[in-house]
Design a protein around this ligand. Structure first.
Ligand SMILES: Cc1cc2nc3c(=O)[nH]c(=O)nc-3n(C[C@H](O)[C@H](O)[C@H](O)COP(=O)(O)OP(=O)(O)OC[C@H]3O[C@@H](n4cnc5c(N)ncnc54)[C@H](O)[C@@H]3O)c2cc1C
Length: 488
């Protein structure tokens, strides 16, 4: 353990920043987290009104042992702090042609669905085997090792030369090779959106995502996912980290390309032996005093429009996760990524925490989180634009047989791409940093250690290995290991 006189400043108190802070605190560093927002947690946030409680960001946790690993590194047992609940079924899927079913990890439940849709379960098992092979290859390589500069080609080469049938093609084409039914093609086509990307442009290696969800489950945290942030903040307080909110870092001081500290927007200066950037990696040249850059629009992952709706009635026939698919998925992604606009007929994800956690809504009511994908363009989201997108959400729900809830709305709040961009400094509100279209973008994300500036590191969804809560925690772990190697 190193002496507490060595000081690390973390720019951003999102999940990646908090995880990195906890890990460094445990290694003996004095840690200060500077968060520009008024609360910690970044995109993992919460909104409450009139007895309704909503997570405004993540609603699904996968790979729960990655969370357990963080707690263990902090000398804590996650189960003493958080109650994780597996969700079964994983989701209810409702299609534009009226077909609906519950996608489940239970074989007696799943086999009849696969037989109804496909006539056989064979394609499903072969697709899952592909995902399992990719997972086996990635878990000790891409997901555990830093992308160093120059990029670690041994890791890529190990993956590239693996004998994976169809593993190196286009994701959508691969799904089509395994599944005949339009329903299962659309269902499995949805997974690249978990990293803000299009099934029509991503590599088939993303088959790892449906495999991970099916094999290891989808999880909820009782009391809401924001409990994770509250618990991490509690652990950081106990371990002596300094947590500053309303503290925007305006500049990283690195004369002669060696970090010396940071300057806050209010003029305060903090000396530091190292700085970890948790905010978007593309903003660091600007913070270093160079040209202010932004992730180019063409490289951005999806943003989202979220409507948080509290209603004073229960809705029968819903699960915790529900997806109401658009009629034409290819057209939806063409409008998102080529025309870069809200689709005319968007797929609507409906998360209903009150189905498994009564504490999230007043008795007899329901908390609904309605989300559609949106391009990360950086446009203004004024009232008419929100109203137009909201109409499209409700049109899709009505067309899919969703009950009329308009007369039962008690509270409603929209989270727009513009809000995500302004509140968290994500270009255009891109939720997952750069998209994963093509090989290079998937495997060569910005590294966790700056190539030019000594003492500058990155931990978060826009850096390696990527976005989504488990990946962000892995990013913090990889960064910790780099710091142990280069700074201690
Ligand atoms: C609507 C939505 C739904 C999602 N659903 C899921 C899901 O179901 N499952 C899942 O796993 N993931 C999901 N995600 C993604 C997940 O939330 C993110 O991948 C993860 O929370 C990102 O954490 P982070 O620490 O990398 O970044 P952030 O949460 O963006 O944190 C970065 C922090 O840095 C701060 N910051 C930036 N610049 C500065 C500066 N100069 N000075 C001070 N502070 C600064 C920002 O304010 C921010 O708080 C979702 C996200 C959203 C928005």
């Amino acid at each position: 353990m190193i002496s507490k006189t060595r000081h690390a400043v973390i720019v951003g108190g999102g999940l990646g920043g908090l995880a990195a802070a906890l890990r460094l605190t445990m290694r003996g560093w004095r840690v200060t987290v500077c968060e520009q927002d008024s609360v910690l947690g970044g995109k993992m946030s919460r909104w409450q009104s009139q007895g309704f409680r909503f997570d405004t960001g993540p609603s699904l946790i996968t790979l729960p042992w990655i969370f357990e690993d963080l707690f263990a590194a902090a000398g804590a047992d996650m189960r003493e702090h958080l109650e994780l609940a597996p969700l079964e079924p994983l989701a209810r899927y409702v299609y534009a042609d009226g077909v609906r079913f519950d996608y489940t990890t239970s074989m007696p439940g799943l086999l009849p669905i696969l037989r109804d849709c496909e006539g056989s379960a064979d394609g499903f098992f072969r697709f899952m085997r592909l995902g399992a092979q990719i997972y086996a290859l990635s878990k000790g390589t891409f997901l555990r090792r830093p992308v160093t500069a120059p990029p670690d080609r041994t890791v890529l080469s190990a993956l590239r030369h693996a004998p994976l049938l169809r593993g190196w093609g286009n994701y959508h084409k691969t799904v089509c090779a395994y599944f005949r039914s339009p329903q299962l093609r659309q269902l499995f086509g949805r997974y690249p959106t978990y990293v803000g990307s299009s099934p029509y442009q991503t590599p088939a290696t993303l088959a790892i995502i449906p495999y991970i969800e099916f094999a290891f489950g989808g999880w909820y945290v009782q009391g809401g996912l924001y409990r994770i942030v509250e618990t991490l903040v509690g652990l950081l307080d106990e371990r002596g980290a300094e947590l500053r909110t309303n503290a925007r870092v305006a500049r990283i001081d690195a004369p002669s390309n060696s970090v010396q500290g940071i300057e806050l927007e209010n003029g305060d200066r903090l000396a530091a032996d190292l700085v970890i950037m948790n905010g978007d990696t593309s903003s660091s040249p600007g913070l270093l005093g160079g040209t202010v850059t932004k992730l180019p629009a063409a490289d951005r992952s999806l943003s989202g429009l979220v409507l948080l709706v509290g209603i004073n009635r229960r809705v029968a026939d819903l699960h915790h996760h529900n997806v109401f698919f658009s009629r034409d998925y290819a057209e939806e992604f063409r409008q998102l990524f080529i025309e870069r606009r809200i689709p005319d007929d968007p797929t609507v994800y409906v998360n209903v925490p009150s189905q498994s956690d009564p504490s999230s809504a007043p008795q007899g009511g329901e908390a609904l989180f309605l989300m559609i994908n949106a391009p990360a363009t950086g446009e203004q989201w004024d009232g008419p634009r929100i109203a137009e997108a909201r109409n499209r959400v409700f049109n899709r729900l009505r067309a899919s047989g969703f009950p009329d809830i308009e007369g039962h709305i008690v509270v409603e709040h929209a989270v727009t791409p513009q809000m995500l961009a302004e509140r968290f400094g994500m270009p255009g509100g891109a939720i997952y940093g750069p998209h994963s279209h093509g090989w290079r973008k998937t495997f060569f994300r910005p590294p966790n250690k700056d190539k030019h500036v000594r003492g500058l590191y990155y931990a978060g969804g826009s850096a390696h290995p990527g976005g989504g809560t488990p990946m962000v925690l892995l990013s913090a772990k990889i960064t910790e290991e780099l710091i142990a190697r280069y700074e201690e």
